[in-house]
Design a protein around this ligand. Structure first.
Ligand code: EVA
Length: 607
C-alpha cells in the first residue's frame, strides 16, 4: 500500500492548499556532485525557471535541451503558525523521472517514476511562521529498470545522452503543479466507489480509508447542491432514486462529501466528484450504462510548444474544444498517465479515457514500432533486470489506479504500450501486471495493452490477458505505403481475418493508425507525407474498420504533431497529427469530423 494519500489536493473546512507554481530557482548538475557540494541546503546561481514545465525548450543551446542527468530546483515555502496541529505535505503532481526532496537541508522523500504524484511529509522538519527551503533533485536518465524504458549513454565529449526506446521526446523536470498542503493528523486517505443501476435508481457503494478510528459520514449531493443520500460508516451503500447517469458526451456529476466526525465536530472533510455509470465488456461490446459504445478519438500526448510536457491549462482547454468540434468521444493517455486536471475536464465533458501506465519501450530497439514491422523478435522480458522493472511497473500501476479510479471518464486501463510479446518470457510478466490491476480496481474495469505490428494472432503470446484487444496498426504507412497501399489493404484484411477466425468474442479497438503528414505539403497525385496521402490512407483504413463488426472503436494516431528525438525517421517530431502542434487542423480533420459526427454511438451493434 502507498504510504501517502493520492487524493487530489482540495480545500475544505479542515484542509489547506497553497499552490507553489511559479518561478523556481534551477540549475543543472553535470558532474552529479550537488549533494557533496551541499546543494540540499540551497542551490548555486540565480537561474529561474517556470513550474510546471519541461526544462528543455526554454533555452537556446543544444547542450541544455539534450541534457541528461540531475537537475535541481529550489523554492522557499512559507508555513503559517495556524498549521501547527496539522500534517504538512508537499505534493508533486509529477517529477520526471525520479526525485529526491530536501527540506531545510534534510532528505525527506524519494520517488521513482515521472508521471504520477507523490507527497513528501514534511511535518517533522518545517519551521512555522517562517520560510522553509525546499530543494528537489530531479533526474531524467532512462534505464531498462524503470518505465518508460531506454538507455543513457556517455558521448565522447563526456556528456550523457538519453536514448529512449520510445517515440516521444524525453521531456523532464517538474512538469506538473506543486502544492503545499495541510491536512488533519487524522484524515481521509483513500476512497473507492462502485455503481449498480436498477431501473431509474442507482446504488453507489463506497469504502473510505482514514488514518484513525473516528466514525465517518458520507453524503451525496446532486449538481444543484441538493442532498440526495446519506450514510454512516467507512463502508456503505447510497441509494439514489431517479439517478442522473453520467453518459458519453453528456456528463452529470454528483459530489460525495466525506467527513470524519468526533462528537459532532468535523475532524476532516473531503469532497470527491463522481459520476454514476457502469462499464462492462460483454462479448464484443463495450457497454457504458448497459449501452454499447463505439469509440472514436485519439491517442494523444501532453506536448506543446515552449513548455514541452509541462501541464498547460490553455492547451488543455483548446484540445478539448477541438475534440468536441471533431466529434470525438474518447482518448487514450498514451503513453503515461496525464495531469489530473485533464481527467477532471473529461469527467465534465463526458469523454471516455483509456488510462495508460508509462510502460512504453518494453521492446529492445530504438524505435520499436519500426523493427516490429520487420518481424524482428527479441526476448525483452528474459533479462536479468526484468524483476526490477516489474516492481517499478507494478508500483506505477498501483499509483495510477489509486489516483484515477474515481474518475467516471476512466473506462479502461492500458497496462503496456507495444511490448515484446512473441517470447514466452512475456507471459508470467503479463500475468502479474494484469492480476495486479484487477485486484486494485473495485470497479473491475476492462484491462488492455496495445499490440505492436509483430504481435499477431500467430505470434503474440499475451493477447488472452486483455479484456479489450487494442491494435496499433500502420498498414499503408510502415507496411506497404504509398502506391503499394492496395497491398497494405490486402495484408490488413488478412490479419483481421486471422483474428476473426480465433473467435475471441472480445471487442477490438484500434488504439493507433495514422500516417505522417506535413501541414506544408500538398501533392496531386499524392505522395507519402502529403495531406492528400493522409486522406487516402484514412479512406483505406476506415474501409477495413467498417468491414468487421468486432472492431468497436478507432483512436487515430495522433491528435496533434508532437516532439520526438531527432533522427532520419522524424522531421522535427512526429507528424501524424490530425492537428498541427499549434492545434490547427490539417485537411484530414474535416473528413474525420464528417465521419465521426455521422457514426451512431452504438455503431455496429444491434442493442
Ligand atoms: C508512430 N507508433 O510510429 C507511433 C509512435 C507510438 O509514435 C507506435 O506506440 O507504434 C507507438 O509511440 O508514429
Amino acid at each position: 500500500m502507498l504510504d501517502y494519500s493520492m487524493l487530489y489536493p482540495r480545500e475544505t473546512v479542515s484542509r489547506r492548499v497553497v499552490s507553489q507554481d511559479g518561478m523556481w530557482k534551477f540549475c543543472l548538475d553535470e558532474q552529479g556532485a550537488g549533494e557533496s557540494l551541499n546543494w540540499p541546503e540551497g542551490i548555486p546561481g540565480n537561474e529561474m525557471i517556470p513550474v510546471p514545465a519541461s526544462f528543455q525548450d526554454f533555452y537556446t543551446t543544444k547542450e541544455i535541451r539534450e541534457y541528461a542527468g540531475d537537475l535541481w530546483y529550489e523554492k522557499d515555502m512559507f508555513v503559517p503558525e495556524e498549521w501547527k496541529e496539522k500534517k504538512i505535505l508537499i505534493r508533486f503532481g509529477a517529477a520526471t523521472h525520479r526525485a529526491v526532496v530536501f527540506v531545510n537541508g534534510i532528505r525527506i522523500a524519494d520517488h521513482e517514476g515521472g508521471f504520477l504524484p507523490f507527497c513528501a511529509d514534511v511535518t517533522e522538519v518545517v519551521r512555522y511562521n517562517a520560510c522553509n527551503k525546499v530543494v528537489v533533485k530531479v533526474n531524467n536518465e532512462l534505464t531498462v529498470t524503470n518505465i518508460p524504458c531506454g538507455q543513457t549513454v556517455t558521448l565522447p565529449t563526456g556528456r550523457k545522452m538519453c536514448k529512449p526506446y520510445f517515440d516521444f521526446f524525453n521531456y523532464a523536470g517538474l512538469q506538473r503543479s506543486v502544492w503545499l498542503t495541510a491536512v488533519p493528523k487524522e484524515s481521509i486517505f483513500d476512497i473507492d466507489t462502485d455503481y449498480e443501476l436498477d431501473g431509474t435508481d442507482a446504488k453507489v457503494s463506497y469504502t473510505v480509508k482514514t488514518t484513525g478510528e473516528h466514525p465517518v459520514t458520507v453524503e451525496l449531493f446532486d449538481a444543484g447542491g441538493h442532498s440526495v443520500a446519506r450514510s454512516e460508516g467507512k463502508e456503505g451503500v447510497l441509494s439514489v432514486k431517479g439517478a442522473r447517469l453520467w453518459e458519453v458526451r453528456n456528463a452529470y456529476l454528483y459530489r460525495l462529501a466525506i467527513r470524519i466526525m468526533d462528537d459532532g465536530e468535523i475532524v476532516d472533510e473531503y469532497e470527491q466528484e463522481i459520476g454514476i455509470r457502469t462499464v462492462k465488456v460483454s462479448k464484443t461490446e463495450i457497454l457504458i450504462n448497459g449501452k454499447p459504445v463505439y469509440l472514436r478519438g485519439f491517442g494523444k500526448h501532453e506536448d506543446s510548444d515552449v513548455v514541452g510536457r509541462g501541464f498547460n491549462m490553455g492547451v488543455m482547454k483548446r484540445d478539448f474544444e477541438l475534440m468536441k468540434w471533431i466529434g470525438a468521444n474518447s482518448f487514450r493517455t498514451s503513453h503515461y498517465p496525464y495531469s489530473e486536471e485533464i481527467y477532471q475536464m473529461a469527467d465534465r465533458e463526458g469523454f471516455l479515457i483509456i488510462d495508460e501506465v508509462p510502460a512504453v519501450g518494453l521492446f529492445e530497439s530504438l524505435m520499436n514500432f519500426m523493427e516490429a514491422s520487420t518481424g524482428k523478435k527479441t526476448a525483452f522480458f528474459a533479462k536479468d533486470t526484468t524483476p526490477v522493472l516489474l516492481q517499478a511497473h507494478l508500483r506505477a500501476i498501483e499509483e495510477m489506479i489509486t489516483r484515477d479510479k474515481n474518475h467516471p471518464s476512466v473506462i479502461a486501463w492500458s497496462l503496456l504500450n507495444e511490448p515484446e510479446t512473441t517470447d514466452e518470457a512475456a507471459v508470467p510478466y503479463f500475468k502479474e501486471v494484469f492480476d495486479r490491476a484487477r485486484s486494485l480496481d473495485v470497479q473491475k474495469r476492462p484491462r488492455t495493452f496495445t499490440l505492436v505490428m509483430n504481435s499477431l494472432p500467430g505470434t503474440c503470446k499475451c493477447y488472452q490477458f486483455s479484456d479489450i484487444i487494442a491494435l496499433n496498426r500502420y498498414y499503408g504507412w510502415y507496411v506497404s505505403g504509398g502506391y503499394d497501399i492496395s497491398n497494405g489493404e490486402v495484408l490488413f484484411r488478412k490479419e483481421m481475418d486471422a483474428w476473426e477466425a480465433l473467435n475471441l468474442d472480445k471487442p477490438f479497438l484500434f488504439t493507433e493508425y495514422g500516417a505522417d503528414t506535413l501541414a506544408s505539403e500538398h501533392k496531386l497525385p499524392s505522395v507519402m507525407w502529403s495531406q492528400e496521402y493522409q486522406d487516402e490512407y484514412l479512406d483505406m483504413t476506415h474501409k477495413v474498420f467498417d468491414s468487421y463488426d468486432f472492431i468497436k472503436g478507432e483512436q487515430i494516431w495522433n491528435f496533434a504533431d508532437f516532439q520526438t528525438t531527432e533522427g532520419i525517421m522524424r522531421v522535427n517530431g512526429n507528424k501524424k497529427g490530425v492537428f498541427t502542434r499549434q492545434r490547427q487542423p490539417k485537411d484530414i480533420a474535416y473528413k474525420l469530423k464528417k465521419r465521426w459526427e455521422n457514426l451512431p454511438l452504438n455503431y455496429k451493434s444491434d442493442i
